[in-house]
Design a protein around this ligand. Structure first.
Ligand code: UFG
Length: 334
């Protein structure tokens, strides 16, 4: 299929582009390169530097490239920033997404795969989180993703749009060959920060809270490999042939790791010591979040290649060793 990957130069989008190629599809990338990296997308893949809210340009791409399905990864995703600057988040994550959907409908493209998040659930009382767990986001970022989920439901009903929304837990790791990986600026995610502390690029890693009601006092999260996420997105394609179909899936390993366990995994994989500083809790961090992904496993035949967090960290380490400055390393070499 001809698939437009919106945000295809970003972390998860770029991995999905590679998985689409591996599965025999034809990805086309649209990215405004605010956070994406041009080097994350192979030169064989058609690339458009463009904003998803630019209806005219998007319409032209949909037509010229004969797009049959759109995958959308292009969101702002810093939780703290979303609290400080909600306008920016609603503008990009909701308003621009509406423009994208409008272009799709105008051009008769009615299959959509949406990158949602476990942040739509907020702090649920009962774990693991299943698809029917009540959604109550606790920050504007999670709210914008839930808003789009709701928009999609009404578009499926009114316009026959078929869609799947995937709620990821903690996307982590890098391509098996270490050629693409995680490179955010600023980086806020635990695994790359711990690797930087191990290699001395950062002075230390601060553990945000050691007094949570968890076995070792640090937060539990469900780290899931970015290529495993990508494969689920592709496995749903057949189900989207039915007009008006709507699907929601939680994607995580279901095996949570604590912050201390991540530090241990990085020490074990790298053979390096990680300097640790115990710090105060970060505002808005739930003690534990992990998924029940049995729906995706049963309905999509989703099988994880990396169910173990150490294997995920190994891929992140390989990427980091080959690209200590992230994509800047590749830019300097080319
Ligand atoms: N952490 C530290 N020190 C750090 C960074 C993180 O202790 O320097 C801890 C956090 O407190 C948290 C865990 O490591 O307990 C994971 O933190 P991340 O920032 O890597 O990820 P989050 O779980 O906060 O965020 C992820 C996604 C978001 C999504 C959120 C939903 O990255 O996009 O889950 O809660 F919104």
């Amino acid at each position: 299929m001809n698939v437009l990957v919106v945000g295809g130069a970003g972390y998860i989008g770029s991995h999905c582009v590679r998985q689409l190629q591996a599965a025999g599809h034809r990805p086309v990338v649209l990215d405004n390169l605010i956070f994406g990296h041009r080097q994350a997308v192979s030169s064989e893949v058609p690339f458009y530097e463009c904003d998803l809210g630019d209806k005219h340009a998007v319409g032209q791409i949909l037509r010229d490239e004969q797009i049959e399905l759109v995958m959308h990864f292009a969101a702002f995703a810093f939780v703290g920033e979303s609290v400080e600057e909600p306008l920016k988040y609603y503008e990009n994550n909701v308003v621009a997404t509406l423009r994208l959907l409008e272009s799709m409908l105008e051009h008769g493209v009615k299959r959509f795969v949406f990158s949602s998040t476990c942040a739509t659930f907020g702090e649920p009382d009962i774990l693991p989180i299943v698809e029917t767990t009540p959604q109550a986001p606790i920050n504007p970022y999670g709210q914008t993703k839930l808003d789009v989920e709701n928009i999609l439901k009404s578009f499926a009903h009114a316009y026959g749009l078929s869609f799947a929304a995937f709620r990821y837990f903690n996307a982590a790791g890098a391509a098996e060959d270490g050629s693409i990986g995680e490179d955010h600026s600023p980086e806020t995610h635990l695994i790359p920060l711990v690797i930087d502390a191990a290699t001395g690029r950062r002075e230390n890693i601060k553990i945000f809270g050691t007094d949570y009601p968890t076995p070792d006092g640090t937060c539990l999260r469900d780290y899931v490999h970015v290529d495993d996420l990508s494969r689920a997105h592709i496995a749903v394609f057949d189900q989207l042939k039915q007009p008006g179909a709507s699907y929601f899936y939680n994607l995580g390993t279901g095996r949570p790791s604590s912050v201390r366990e991540i530090i241990d995994a990085v020490e074990s994989v790298t053979g390096l010591k990680v300097p640790v500083v115990e710090d105060a809790r970060r505002a808005g961090d739930p003690a534990a979040l992990y998924a029940d992904s049995s729906k995706a496993q049963q309905e999509l035949g989703w099988e994880m290649k990396y169910p173990d967090v150490k294997a995920i960290v190994e891929t992140a380490w390989r990427w980091h060793q080959a690209n200590p400055d992230g994509y800047l390393t590749q830019a300097a070499e080319s």
